[in-house]
Design a protein around this ligand. Sequence first.
Ligand SMILES: Cc1cc2nc3c(=O)[nH]c(=O)nc-3n(C[C@H](O)[C@H](O)[C@H](O)COP(=O)(O)O)c2cc1C
Ligand code: SF4
Ligand code: SF4
Length: 264
Amino acid sequence: MKTRLYVHTGTGNSLWVARQLATELKETALEFMPYLSKTFTIQADRVGVIFPVHIWGLPRRVVRFINHMKVKPGTYLFAVAVNAGQPAATLLQLQKLMSKRAMPLSLGRSMAMPSNYIPWGGPGPLDVQQRLYREAREKIKTITGSILRGEHNKVDRGPLWQNILFSLIYKMTFRQVHKMDRKFWVDEKCDGCAICAHVCPAANIRMIDGKPSWLHRCEQCLACLQWCPQEAIQYGKNTIKYPRYHHPEITLDDMLEQAKVKRG
Ligand SMILES: Cc1cc2nc3c(=O)[nH]c(=O)nc-3n(C[C@H](O)[C@H](O)[C@H](O)COP(=O)(O)O)c2cc1C
Ligand code: SF4
Ligand code: SF4
């Protein structure tokens, strides 16, 4: 296999980007990012990681993956940081993490998509979402060209002030992410279907007396909240007034496949 893509996703945007890339690149295997606890060697000529930006940086699952992955010398490494307009220094963080493990990141591109961070609002009007998907399709073609040519570019980044300020906030919150699930609650619409528990990639939800209970090993991907068919999961006070979001071409079955990935 020439190219291997590893993806992490909460609402399907990153999975959709990864699928488009796999189609364009050809001879490409696409896998959900494993939860690694020991070194894992990847056999491929090119390896790409595709993931959402969380709190202006890398999600915990991605950090863990990079800290355990290994590639053969000469492997071409690239990344796409899928975000809602503020990638900040995420790709610089990734580049640094990879270079510590002697894995030089050749290409790091930011991809703006609708926001799934519902505590701050919905994904925006449908026409804006459609425009973002159109622009993403175009950008994926450009990225594919760069990968096939084996380009080595500066990674995408936000404005300097964001990179400094937001990276600081990222560092301050990173160790708290697992317990941010304390703000989840369910309203009276919950019918006990347990989809939230099945869709959670971190196995962080247990059903107790027919209702979800969060176990404080959360990744903050928001899959549970966004994929609940009854829209019964809330986070803090605001989410009740915003529409739920997931990428229109990604299905619940896709997400359930991700949740089956073994935790090492
Ligand atoms: C906890 C959390 C934090 C987020 N932080 C950022 C951020 O710092 N910058 C940004 O542009 N988008 C941020 N987002 C939005 C997502 O990166 C964006 O919607 C992405 O497309 C979601 O991809 P996914 O569907 O693959 O999960 C955040 C989303 C979540 C759930
Ligand atoms: S997915 Fe929604 S309705 Fe189903 S158990 Fe979870 S919270 Fe309740
Ligand atoms: S509990 Fe919800 S937000 Fe936390 S990791 Fe699981 S699906 Fe994602």
